[in-house]
Write a protein that binds this ligand. Structure first.
Ligand SMILES: [Zn+2]
Length: 511
């Protein structure tokens, strides 16, 4: 029996052996737990890289070198200090004629493509003592891939800039332009530029080995509208009384119609930043918290309390497995500070309860929101996405406002149409036809090849609007049912009356 088990374990599965799991260096419990929990998500690559780094003391370096030939000395220093087995370079600016080599490394590269807007070039440098095989990538992306054989098997690849010009659609007029091109055109037309995107930082350490950040949200148990400011103030004093050696940093963010600001206050001195106006309040609060950590990192204090009035930010900091790039950047910095024996504590306080630091931070953030945005503060992708969605909806609504027809008189906004749940299938069909303005009674002539139907009593074209609102024949019935004279109100909220009306006027079956 044991022989069979051993045989099975030595059988290669996808090129690996089951018995490898029993190696000393592998934390079986954590690995299995991780695989079973099924949390594989965007940052998985970061996880895997950090596990691999842990397992294999050699490492992979990634560098945007902004011209490899001119920065080759920096590269040499990095190699001497870290001895990476693989270096992923971006923005190499290699042209096909550029010759480049680094001692002990093989170079795999994709060079600058002339006459394309996305330049840069990428390269992978892999140590010569590692068996590596370049992989063919069938893509226009700036990417190279190399399969290497190491204690762990992996395919490394980096891909960077998507080529911005793609001419396929211009040669063929009937070809639908790619969504990306249409999106770029929309962005240009609406003056949206996606510049600094806040990148998701890979985990410095596997999140399960991190200690939980110290967060204090004790003050949130009180209900704000039932608690006097003095009570909060007294409780805050109680919480902070024994923290004599702590550096207190108050952080706050603010969003208004003029812009978005973030601020920190240390010893009554304000520091403030103005963010891209599309940033959310959560982004501003996170940025302030991050700046507070940076301030603490550069100070000589060994302990620090960051006081914020954003419960959402402070609660998110409690989640070591967060997928949010704003929070993960805070967590990375917190854990590296803890490794340097600098203790951080996050404390939540309500706003506007006369905690002086918080009031100062609030005023500073509001002031920062009125200033022009600072350069170089990255904005998370989620804020760009929301901004794009809002702008698209506005443009769509604007287009709809200019449309003149039956459907716009029924539905003036581009919101989704909903149907009352109480209606059966047939009634929903009827309501839908009335909303669209096309029904058997008014449009069957198109199929039959007849003339457009007329209302004989009123000597006018027969339309849905005419039947429901205008026709003289039914004015008594309408009055009796107390129907609105507005077709939008009728079809949106007064649909039970409309159903009654159709049945009693004997038109229900003709819709
Ligand atoms: Zn009529």
């Amino acid at each position: 029996m044991q022989d069979l088990v051993r045989q099975w374990k030595d059988k290669p599965l996808h090129g690996r052996y089951r018995s490898r799991i029993e190696d000393n260096a592998i934390d079986t419990k954590a690995s299995q737990g991780w695989l079973q929990s099924g949390n594989l998500f965007l940052e998985t690559e970061g996880f895997i890289a950090s596990i691999q780094d842990q397992y294999n003391m050699q490492n992979i370096k990634q560098w945007n070198c902004n011209g490899c030939v001119s920065h080759v000395n920096e590269l040499r220093v990095m190699v001497r200090e870290n001895d990476p087995f693989c270096i992923a370079l971006q923005e190499t600016y290699f042209r096909p004629e550029t010759s480049f080599s680094l001692r002990n490394y093989n170079t795999y590269r994709k060079d600058v493509i002339p006459d394309r807007r996305a330049r840069g070039g990428v390269a992978l440098l892999v140590k010569q003592n590692i068996i590596a095989q370049e992989q063919r990538l069938d893509t226009e992306l700036q990417a190279v891939a190399v399969r290497i054989t190491t204690p762990f098997a992996a395919t490394l690849h980096i891909n960077l800039s998507i080529l911005e010009s793609d001419n396929e659609h211009t040669n063929r007029p009937t070809y639908t332009r790619p969504a990306r091109i249409r999106s770029l055109e929309f962005q240009q037309a609406n003056n949206i530029s996606i510049r600094d995107v806040l990148q998701r930082a890979p985990y410095d350490t596997p999140p399960w080995t991190r200690s939980k950040p110290h967060i204090d949200i004790r003050l949130s148990v009180f209900l704000k509208n039932e608690t006097a400011p003095q009570v909060y103030l007294a409780r805050f004093k109680q919480i902070t009384d024994h923290l004599h050696d702590h550096l207190f940093i108050y952080s706050d963010g603010s969003k208004s119609s003029t812009g978005v600001g973030a601020s920190i206050v240390v010893n009554s001195v304000c520091h403030m930043w103005s963010l891209d106006p599309i940033s959310s309040i959560f982004t501003a609060e996170c940025y302030a918290t991050w700046q507070a950590l940076l301030f603490f990192a550069l100070s000589s204090s060994l302990a620090c309390s960051i006081v914020s009035d954003s419960l959402s930010v402070i609660s998110s900091i409690g989640n070591n497995f967060t997928k949010d790039e704003r929070i993960s950047r805070i967590l990375n910095l917190t854990s590296s500070l803890e490794n340097d024996h600098k203790k951080v504590r996050f404390i939540w306080v309500p706003s506007h309860v006369n905690i002086i630091g918080n009031e100062l931070a609030d005023a500073a953030a509001k002031q920062a929101a009125t200033m022009p945005p600072d350069e170089g503060i990255p904005t998370p992708l989620s804020d760009y996405v929301k901004h794009l969605k809002d702008t698209t909806k506005q443009a769509w609504q604007h287009k709809w406002d200019l449309y003149d027809g039956h459907m716009r008189s029924v539905q003036t906004s581009i919101e989704k149409w909903t149907y009352p749940k109480q209606l059966n299938r047939r009634q929903q069909t009827v309501l839908c036809r009335l909303r669209i303005g096309h029904c058997k009674l008014t449009h069957a002539y198109l199929l039959a090849g007849d003339h457009r139907p007329q209302c004989l009593a009123c000597q006018t074209d027969l339309t849905v609007q005419h039947i429901l609102v205008e026709c003289r024949l039914y004015s008594d019935l309408r009055r009796e049912l107390q129907m609105s004279s507005n077709i939008q109100t009728l079809l949106k909220t007064e649909w039970p009356k409309v159903m009654d009306f159709l049945l009693r006027s004997d038109t229900y079956t003709k819709i």
